[in-house]
Design a binder for this molecule. Structure first.
Ligand SMILES: Nc1ncnc2c1ncn2[C@@H]1O[C@H](COP(=O)(O)OP(=O)(O)O)[C@@H](O)[C@H]1O
Ligand SMILES: [Mg+2]
Length: 473
């Protein structure tokens, strides 16, 4: 079908134009033909009336014609263009003009009113009037001015005229009109084509710009200055899309760079340790120590790779979450149990005050991972002999789990970045505790997949409060 906008615009425009012009043409043609026929008809009628005054008929159906040569010259030559014929009401012809020759004017019985029609006479178009003269027309007309007499007794005067000339004129008029319409259509089509082309030129420009923008120059934008208003919305939504693409592309690049960087450290430990130990023969203890270091590095890499995989799967929405009714208190107690040894090492006490009535829907394993990660932070970044208070309560449509610690806190300037992948507030300190800065990103993704969110409030040196919002079941 019509796939291009240009073709659609022009087709629609031409269709509208064609209908309008055709209607105008038909109107003009019929107006002129009405004017022409009206003038022929009125002249025919006066001729018929003139003939009627020259005919008389008595009650005994005897007719008398008083046709003079002056009147008849118009009808008498066989080449004349005017014709007449006089009939009785029953249709029988009692007189006709010499111009008719052997032909006869057509007649329809049973009609008794004045009627005009176009007929063919001797192969030519002709206009015909059937004029009814009731008996006594002439006499009464003269005395009282009104025709009288019986309805089925009288004469029909048929007057006709060759209208070949007028018919030709109308035909020529029709041809001129059609040609005019055709040329207007052709001119308009080319005009429409140019207008459509000019109107659509900016779209071509925009698509060229879009075509130019690729992964390597995602920062280029469509110049909204020269674009018509109607297309600015489209252009700016493209620009916004590019903006988002660029940001996510940059994030991706950053992420890859960070991931390689994180993995390089344990890898170089493994490489250097093994190279050193292989230089000469070593004692068993030396081998054992090196292998332990290597194992630690490999463990670290495994943990990072594991977390990266989790993040990749979570953010690509590729994880299959099994949603079920969950008591947050129960998950909290499970997480605390898992991390109790770590807390005991640092002498940290954990208190839970959960509203046991609260229920949410979620994936058990994912939510456990979320709370283990948060609790792990609360322990890792706590002070020795510190405290952790966990509460579960309802807030509007959410079940809110709050984990409050008495740890080192997060400086205000870093608070906005802790959810970024690989972001750690204090790299040297985090290194000891083994974190790669991926925990909070994972928590964030898990909460997002549950239709919730994680909020973090903190004051450096005083402690941190992390709130997890999950939808009420
Ligand atoms: N409870 C907390 N108290 C203090 N700092 C925190 C806490 N939770 C997170 N942080 C800071 O946010 C950073 C990011 O946390 P996270 O993504 O879990 O990474 P990781 O624990 O692997 O370092 C941490 O490095 C830490 O500096
Ligand atoms: Mg962590």
């Amino acid at each position: 079908m019509l796939t291009s906008i240009k073709a659609r615009i022009i087709t629609f425009y031409m269709a509208v134009l064609f209908v309008t012009l055709s209607a105008l043409g038909v109107f003009l043609y019929f107006s002129l033909s009405k004017i022409v026929y009206d003038s022929i008809d009125s002249s025919l009628l006066s001729k018929a009336k003139a003939l009627a005054t020259l005919v008389s008929m008595d009650a005994g159906d005897e007719t008398e014609f008083r046709f003079s040569d002056e009147v008849m010259w118009e009808y008498n030559s066989p080449k004349a263009k005017s014709f007449f014929q006089i009939r009785r009401f029953n249709g029988s012809v009692i007189e006709k003009s010499a111009s008719l020759g052997g032909a006869e004017l057509p007649f329809r019985a049973g009609e008794n009113r004045t009627r005009f029609e176009t007929v063919r006479l001797k192969g030519m178009p002709a206009r015909l009037v059937n004029f009814h003269v009731p008996i006594g027309y002439e006499q009464n007309n003269r005395k009282t001015g009104t025709p009288a007499g019986s309805k089925d007794h009288g004469l029909i005067i048929q007057c006709a005229e060759d209208i070949q000339y007028q018919a030709n004129l109308l035909k020529r008029y029709m041809i001129v009109l059609s040609l005019s319409i055709l040329s207007i259509m052709i001119i308009s089509a080319s005009g429409g084509f140019l207008i459509a082309k000019r109107a659509l030129a900016p779209i071509k420009d925009i698509s060229e710009t879009i075509g130019r923008i690729s992964a390597s120059n995602l920062s280029e934008r469509i110049d909204a200055e020269d674009i018509p208003e109607e297309l600015r919305v489209m252009a700016s939504s493209f620009d916004r899309t590019f903006e988002r693409l660029e940001r996510s592309f940059n994030r991706q690049k950053q992420f890859t760079a960070d991931a390689s960087h994180e993995l390089r450290t344990p890898l170089s430990v493994i490489l250097s340790q093994s190279e050193i130990i292989l230089r000469k023969d070593r004692t068993g203890t030396e081998y054992r120590n090196t292998l332990t270091a290597i194992r630690e590095a490999a463990k670290m890499m495994t943990a990072i790779v594991q977390k990266l995989l989790t993040i990749a799967r979570l953010s690509a929405d590729k994880v299959e979450l099994k949603f079920e009714t969950i008591n947050p208190g129960e998950i909290i107690r499970k997480s605390v149990k898992l991390l109790t040894p770590l807390a005991e090492q640092k002498g940290i006490s954990i208190n839970i005050s959960a509203d046991e009535q609260r229920r949410t829907t979620g994936d058990r394993a994912a939510l456990l991972e979320l709370f283990v990660n948060l609790l792990d932070n609360a322990i890792k970044y706590n002070v020795p002999q510190g405290r952790i208070d966990i509460s579960v309560k309802k807030e509007a449509d959410f079940v809110v789990t709050e984990i409050r610690d008495t740890g080192i806190g997060i400086p205000e300037s870093d608070l906005g970045k802790v959810f970024d992948r690989f972001y750690r507030v204090d790299k040297s300190r985090a290194k000891e505790s083994g974190g790669a800065g991926l925990g909070l990103s994972i928590c964030n993704e898990i909460a997002r997949l549950h239709g919730g969110r994680v909020e973090i409030k903190s004051k450096a040196g005083e402690g941190t409060t992390v709130s997890v919002y999950l939808k009420v079941e």
